[in-house]
Design a protein around this ligand. Structure first.
Ligand code: ADP
Ligand code: MG
Length: 218
């Protein structure tokens, strides 16, 4: 194993469709990210971006290939260990936030923390994403931009080596989208977290020095 934070080798994933045929979605030959890398991975809608992130997070298993995060081939871990590994090593930010509606901003971040090593400081992170005044608000009482900032704090609270973001600005207007994007990049830079963001939005790509197209990975 080398010291790449993320390393993919010959990863294949297909889905079985209703008519019984297989739909080949992911074919990645080789792909690596090092500590502190920040890249935008782009592809059109339906090209397999979310599928690839779910393979990297160990939410989905590939049909073939190796997915190494911090030197661990997560495809070889049984499900419970994979879940625990994800909680401690990977932060995931979704387009639709996926916050628990019955819990406050602070509770949402603390819940994320509980599944990891528990060492992060939830209040400190919420301050960092400019939500010190919103700790005890539930998601419905927050703007969409604020909700996504809670989700960013939750994703970062266990200081994950790898941060995955699936079109995180897709539900936000342009101004909020830019703010969230720059915030996510800034906290990843400060903590030297590797950031892999998928998007189909040219306005998002322009924020990244490194842009990789999904089809280039074959
Ligand atoms: P993207 O995130 O780039 O829009 P997805 O990874 O969500 O793309 O989906 C890639 C392709 O796989 C699409 O054609 C989608 O319809 C199909 N797909 C996604 N999930 C499933 C599933 N669970 N079963 C069957 N097909 C799926
Ligand atoms: Mg998607």
């Amino acid at each position: 194993m080398n010291d790449a934070v993320l390393s993919l080798r010959e990863v294949r994933k297909s889905y079985r469709e209703a008519d019984g045929n297989r739909l080949d979605v992911i074919q990645v030959g080789q792909f690596e990210l090092a500590a502190g890398d920040q890249i935008a991975l782009v592809g059109s809608s339906g090209s397999g971006k979310s599928t690839l992130l779910n393979l990297i997070a160990g939410i989905l298993l590939p049909d073939a290939g190796v997915v190494c995060v911090n030197g661990t081939d997560i495809t070889q871990l049984p499900e419970a260990k994979r879940d625990r590994f994800r909680a401690g090593n990977i932060g995931y930010v979704f387009q639709s936030f996926n916050l628990l509606q019955g819990f406050t901003a602070l509770e949402n971040v603390r819940l994320g923390q509980m599944f990891g090593n528990g060492t992060g400081d939830a209040v400190e992170l919420l301050k960092k994403v400019d939500l010190a005044h919103r700790l005890h608000h539930k998601p419905r009482a927050l703007s969409v931009g604020e909700q996504q900032r809670v989700a960013i704090a939750r994703a970062l609270v266990n200081a994950p080596a790898l941060v995955l973001a699936d079109e995180p600005t897709g539900s936000l207007d342009a101004a909020n989208g830019t703010a969230v994007l720059e915030l996510l990049r800034q906290v990843c830079t400060e903590g030297r977290h590797t950031l892999l963001m998928v998007t189909h939005d040219p306005a998002v790509m322009r924020h990244f020095e490194r842009v990789v197209r999904l089809e280039e990975l074959r």
